[in-house]
Design a binder for this molecule. Structure first.
Ligand SMILES: Nc1nc2c(c(=O)[nH]1)N[C@H]1C(S)=C(S)[C@@H](COP(=O)(O)O)O[C@H]1N2
Ligand SMILES: [Mo]
Length: 300
């Protein structure tokens, strides 16, 4: 830790981190924290009904904790998320290892109720608490040569049983083009349902990019690197034909093994029909311009 500080003024905390919640004596092991995080409402929120906390915290993909949807809820409770630091490196003016408190100190937290669409063709609506990634990148000072942002998840096999196998090439890696990363819809989320982020959802800080398939929204981030070349990303390395770098939600580009034209809303019940999948997961008005001139059937 280099002891860097972005701000000397600490207004009344608009956020709570794990340490403060622990000090409050909340039993965090099995249940999310009890304290509510204050966060402003956002014009970017959908008015679709959110999934329940139980659905959001028991049906997860977090392969560091196992391959089944129920594994993260069972296994991620052992993850230590305090202390936590994020290394910001590459083409930035102020590289360094920043503690979570420092990152959150003046972060303008908002509630963002987003549609969330997994590449496996299920979906949810999740009320995240977070702040725009652009806020952090601007504080770090993005240099003119930067074109991409590369993210990495923690590697800690002692606490992440899935990492004792070679099921994926750890660390889990993701990346965005710089304009995608700077888009106001792109957030770093530190909570959901007004509470600190449950471990299985990517505590203490994870990316959320609502117009892309869920695997782009990398969890439990320890590294953010600004680069001039397109970074390697976990699923693209695993199978480039099935998982492109962009992975924008697109009902017209099928996964080689299934259609992406429709989706199953988790929790909707067995009598609810499948819903049509919407281009850019419904965020086209905001983000379609980022891809002007690109052939999204080739650059998928
Ligand atoms: N580090 C890491 N991040 C990850 C994953 C993962 O396995 N490891 N799974 C991704 C996938 S496939 C999805 S659908 C979402 C699931 O997020 P949720 O469990 O909060 O709904 O997290 C994404 N981020
Ligand atoms: Mo996913």
């Amino acid at each position: 830790m280099r002891g860097l500080s972005w701000s000397d003024v600490t207004p009344k905390p608009q956020w709570l981190n794990r340490r403060q919640l622990m000090a409050g004596g909340a039993a965090l092991l099995a249940t999310p924290a009890l304290a509510k995080i204050e966060a402003a409402k956002s014009r970017f929120s959908t008015d679709a009904a959110p999934n329940t906390l139980s659905e959001i915290t028991t049906y997860n993909n977090f392969y560091e904790f196992g391959w089944d949807k129920g594994d993260p809820a069972r296994n991620a409770r052992l993850l230590t998320t305090d202390p936590w630091a994020v290394e910001i490196s590459g083409l930035v003016d102020r590289p360094g290892s920043y503690g979570l408190d420092d990152i959150l100190k003046d972060a303008p937290l908002e509630e963002r109720i987003y549609r969330f669409r997994c590449v496996e063709a299920w979906s949810m609506v999740i009320p995240w608490i977070g702040f725009e990634l652009a806020h952090l990148l601007n504080k770090a000072g993005v240099q003119p040569g930067a074109k991409y942002v590369a993210f990495e998840t923690l590697v800690r096999p002692e606490e992440m049983p899935g990492q004792t196998t070679r099921s994926l090439d750890w660390p889990y890696r993701e990346g965005l083009r710089l304009d995608e990363a700077m888009h106001p819809l792109t957030i770093l989320a530190t909570g959901l349902y007004g509470e600190a982020m449950p471990n299985q959802n990517g505590a203490p800080i994870r990316l959320v990019v609502p117009w892309k398939y869920g695997f782009k929204s990398i969890k439990s981030i320890v590294s953010i690197r600004l680069t001039d070349t397109q970074p390697e990303t976990t699923w693209n390395m695993q199978n480039a034909r099935e998982y492109g770098f962009y992975s924008n939600v697109n009902p017209e580009v099928s996964h080689p093994r299934w259609s992406q034209a429709s989706e199953r809303r988790v929790g909707a019940g067995i009598f609810a029909g499948r819903e049509d999948t919407v281009m850019f997961n419904g965020y086209g008005a905001e983000v379609a311009g980022l891809y002007a001139g690109m052939d999204l059937s080739k650059d998928y």
